[in-house]
Design a protein around this ligand. Sequence first.
Ligand SMILES: *[C@@H]1O[C@H](CO)[C@@H](O)[C@H](O)[C@H]1NC(C)=O
Ligand SMILES: *[C@@H]1O[C@H](CO)[C@@H](O)[C@H](O)[C@H]1NC(C)=O
Length: 417
Amino acid sequence: MKKGIWFFSIVLCTYLLLSQTNGQTLEQSHQIGKIEGNAGDVLEDGPVGRLKVFVYELPSKYNEDLVEKDPRCLNHMFAAEIFMHRFLLSSPVRTLDPEKADWFYVPVYSTCDLTKSGLPLPFRSPQMVRSAIKRIASNWPYWNRTEGADHFFVVPHDFGACFHYQEEIAIKRGIMPLLQRATLIQTFGQKNHVCLKEGSIVITPYASPQRMQAHLLPPYIPRTIFVYFRGLLHDGINDPEGCHYARGARASLWLNFKNNPLFDISTYHPTTYYEDMQRAVFCLCPLGWAPWSPRLVEAVIFGCIPVIISDDIVLPFADAIPWEDIAVFVAENDIPKLDTILTSMPTEVILRKQKLLANPLTKQAVTFSEPAQPGDAFHQILNGLARKLPHDGSIYLKPGENILNWTAGPDGDLNPW
Ligand SMILES: *[C@@H]1O[C@H](CO)[C@@H](O)[C@H](O)[C@H]1NC(C)=O
Ligand SMILES: *[C@@H]1O[C@H](CO)[C@@H](O)[C@H](O)[C@H]1NC(C)=O
């Protein structure tokens, strides 16, 4: 454990001096060079002129009324559904002529039904989405033409359009039947999972840019914390036995590292949370109920190398952001070795990741900026939609042809909204 102590003192005193010899392998350097070049180009892609979006006009009970009733929806990690709508209303890709549209957007805020304590309940989302689809399908001809294959929805909840926060139930429910041809824009991303279908666009969770901005420290503040984490380690309310939450990953972090001086981990959420991330080298981003959390965005903004512990995660905007170079990936089963994995990482590699994280394009790409900025998360979503064009001719149904089943799904989901 000599190495750990040695590393700790370096981190404490100076902030990763450059004098260490280069332990980077040829393969790593090749990969970094390659991805950086490509990612830069993709990150700068502009969507304007590459797609036209028609925004359906729905009664405000599907969207703005919900925000008025509970403005907390504007600040939680699912707020992308609201800001994407507002962004599109004044975006140059918007068309008022549906005949000219490549994409149709249905502005339903499916994740703005909050409990007293601010947790979103997705239980009525299927009814609400179904009601909205019924409405657009009867008032416009475009839904029936493709049964939604040229439509998109923002479904930012934990398991997207499976609409449940517990994974087993989400899996059992599957993607809501009426959304099975639409393009889903969702934070949930995991390989080979029924709640992520091919063609979905995985986005970053929402973290308030103003709030993060307000906590920015000068960039020369030394990173004196080696590993940082604040958040739930057990969910005693929803998972008293502790076998479901985070598939045991967070419990294992606590068990293994609670007394390790390199690890600053706790459930206690300090007011200096954002400042602390700027003083840390590594920020743990373990799965919770879902594979992702806003920590990923916060870590990028604050230049803290995200340590992603979430097997098979599909990362947001993965075709634009070079996650492999920015972050560290640790398998859930390797949590007990996390200290060794991180302390044996060559300084060169750490500095390289920090440099990539400092790239304003990277930060922009994970942010739902206000006002919107070129290359930000809104633009990455549009880029994702543009890359799916032109639509395959096979999406258009023959007159009278039906693929989706309006009465499929759990009985409760069919109740009127
Ligand atoms: C679209 O299909 C639905 C269900 O088959 C039908 O009720 C509706 O009238 C159709 N809409 C239009 C505009 O024809
Ligand atoms: C639609 O789904 C319902 C409920 O699962 C089922 O009873 C019905 O037979 C299905 N209809 C068609 C045409 O497949």
